[in-house]
Design a binder for this molecule. Structure first.
Ligand code: NCD
Length: 325
């Protein structure tokens, strides 16, 4: 799995269905707490370990909290053996190339390799070098397909019922859903994968950000482009998806200061009350509190941020199972 584009519509539908069963099994009735062994509809399947005897290597060349822990937990819950390679203490620090690192690990015959890397082409490159199944856990600024899939799962399972929407038809399942993505879109792999997946599912997308973070060419992707919250949040979206300013990446010419960005684009209660009072708020994390999203919104009832994290485990279980099971 390198990009969302590698998946057929039927494969996406199957992943959403299977992940939903895992989420039923994993999530207690409050929908937030991970309860081991809680019996939801999919609970009966929890006793089985479909990946018993299989091994999964996690290879993270970039920092991660959510994605890494969630793949680790997902693989462990399926019964797989997980090897978490500490890249900083591996032969990468002795100058070993990416190709040699991949070939070396692959020679040990793992069943799957999950990799994150700062080079946008790294995921495609790895998938071509490995005989093991490959999962892209974030490639440069280009793609992060498992994040988009877990976001779609969260929208379907948590946002839709709260918005009184049914988002499960087979063709165009997200028709009628308006999503606004706000922030550093130019450097965001999460935005690229979400644009690809959500438009395919039939959602209507508006991208919002200062011109330096959101070049006009994004309009070519069949989405609306707006350079202020005021323009972008009308008509009101049902979901506002905020992104982090990617300060660790190549600097963006003409980018606003953090203060100037927050002033105009931070998702606050006041902005939501004014333009889209019903909207729910998502963010892939990590959040810059008070810059991307205000503390009140992040910790308030509109926030689905921890629901996204919880659904990440269920989605990654479904993905690993489909590739290795
Ligand atoms: C994101 C990432 O690393 O791509 N986080 C994540 O995977 N949940 C987004 C970010 O770093 O801003």
């Amino acid at each position: 799995l390198v990009t969302v584009g590698d998946l057929s519509d039927a494969a996406i539908a199957a992943l959403l269905r299977r992940a939903s069963e895992h989420a039923d099994g994993l999530l207690a009735s409050d929908g937030k707490t991970l309860a081991s062994g809680a019996a939801g509809e999919g609970g009966s399947r929890l006793g089985t370990k479909p990946l018993a005897g299989r091994s999964v290597v996690l290879l993270f060349f970039e920092d991660s909290t959510r994605t890494r822990a969630s793949f680790d937990l997902a693989a462990a819950r399926l019964g797989a053996h997980v090897v978490n390679l500490d890249v900083d203490r591996s032969s990468v620090s002795k100058g070993e190339s990416l190709a040699d690192t991949l070939l070396t690990l692959d020679a040990m015959r793992p069943d799957a390799v999950v990799m994150r890397h700062r080079w946008s082409g790294a995921a495609r490159f790895a998938s071509r070098h490995l005989r093991a199944a490959f999962v892209n856990a974030g490639a440069g600024t280009r793609s992060h397909p498992t994040q988009a899939l877990l976001d779609a799962l969260t929208i379907r399972r948590v946002a839709a019922p709260r918005l009184d929407m049914t988002l499960d038809s087979d063709t165009q399942p997200f028709a009628g859903l308006r999503v606004a993505i706000v922030g550093d879109i130019r450097r965001s792999r999460v935005a690229r994968s979400n644009i690809a997946l959500l438009t395919r599912l039939g959602a209507e997308l508006t991208l919002i950000g200062p011109p330096a973070f959101l070049p006009q060419r994004f309009g070519l992707l069949g989405v609306r482009v707006a350079h202020s919250l005021e323009d972008g949040l009308r008509p009101a979206p049902q979901v506002v998806y905020a992104l982090r300013v990617q300060r660790e990446r190549e600097p963006t010419p003409g980018a606003p200061s953090v203060e100037a960005y927050a002033e105009r684009f931070c998702i606050t209660e006041a902005a939501l009350d004014r333009w889209c009072p019903e909207a729910l708020v998502m963010h892939p994390g990590p959040v810059n509190r008070g810059v991307d999203v205000s503390v009140e919104v992040l910790t308030g009832p509109r926030s689905l941020v921890l629901d996204q994290v919880a659904h990440g485990v269920a989605m990654r279980m479904a993905i690993l199972e489909s590739l290795v099971g």
